[in-house]
Design a protein around this ligand. Structure first.
Ligand code: FES
Length: 169
């Protein structure tokens, strides 16, 4: 059995006898290799690249009874995802899970906030909005509105009722 570590002779008596046969020049090499291995693993763990922080904004949902639900949202999320991710309980909201088939994610914006939405409604969204309860000139479907940085502090009104366009009645 090769004797590997002169430094172990103080810890493990069994190695003490073989330490005498070890070329004294190899012991510093072994120690240096161990130090190198340790510093290399330290480097590996410390070289991880930090994830970029998501930009966050505050969004307020005003319910039909006037109560306000406030949450933070990452830029790039749509309003349906924000409601789902933050467990915001709005009755019947987002029934089709963002597939543009229900209109239950109808939200009403203030004019200045409506004008900040970069994406204009598509024909499919407009068709679905026509079926929404309480349609206004500043209505959008929450599943189609993506949050941008300049929407920080956004307040949206939740309509007093929802209509699920898939409902046959
Ligand atoms: S969640 Fe159904 S249309 Fe938006």
């Amino acid at each position: 059995m090769a004797c590997r570590a002169g430094s172990l002779r103080f810890l493990i008596p069994k190695f003490a006898s073989c330490v005498n046969r070890v070329n004294p020049c190899t012991v510093p090499v072994l120690i240096r290799k161990t130090q190198y291995r340790n510093s290399a693993s330290r480097l590996r763990f410390s070289s991880t690249v930090p994830k970029p922080k998501k930009e966050m904004v505050t969004v307020h949902f005003i319910q039909s009874d006037g109560s306000k639900l406030t949450t933070t949202a990452a830029v790039g999320e749509n309003l349906l995802d924000i409601i789902i991710d933050n467990d915001i309980d709005i009755d019947g909201f987002g029934a089709c899970e963002g597939t543009l088939a229900c209109s239950t994610c109808h939200l009403i914006f203030k004019q200045e906030d409506y004008d900040k939405i970069p994406e204009k409604p598509t024909d499919e969204e407009l068709d679905m909005l026509d079926l929404a309860y309480g349609l206004t000139n500043t209505s959008r479907l929450g599943c189609q509105v993506v949050i941008t940085k300049d929407m920080d502090g956004l307040q949206v009104q939740v309509p007093t009722s929802v209509v699920d366009a898939r409902d046959p009645s």
